[in-house]
Design a binder for this molecule. Sequence first.
Ligand code: MN
Length: 129
Amino acid sequence: MSARILLIEDNPQNRYLATFLLERRGHELFQAESGPQGLAMAASVCPDLILLDIQLPGMDGHAVARALKSDPQLRPIPIVAVTSYAMVGDREKSLSAGAEGYIEKPINPETFVAEVERFLRTPSGEAGQ
Ligand code: MN
């Protein structure tokens, strides 16, 4: 199953790696380098999933998640926070800001795609997502 995935990440190396791994599996990637750019792209490309870096300059990932979840049109899009293992409390804050789940950094090329695809499964009975 091919999905449209929006990646909001300020680090070029992480963007490159995540995009490479997901495109290799047939997914379509959209990249944003900042929170505001990510919000604008989410509205314009209507992705199936948003991968959200938490440590972003300016508007951080928690603020981006809250903004996405406060928009009725964007709220249904699952958000997966990408959190640094070293940042204690980031996961809990991400979940309370509205993320459906999280993936730990550094990205593990062996497991990353499977971790992302876990969040692409549409719950039965929830059509149109
Ligand atoms: Mn970052």
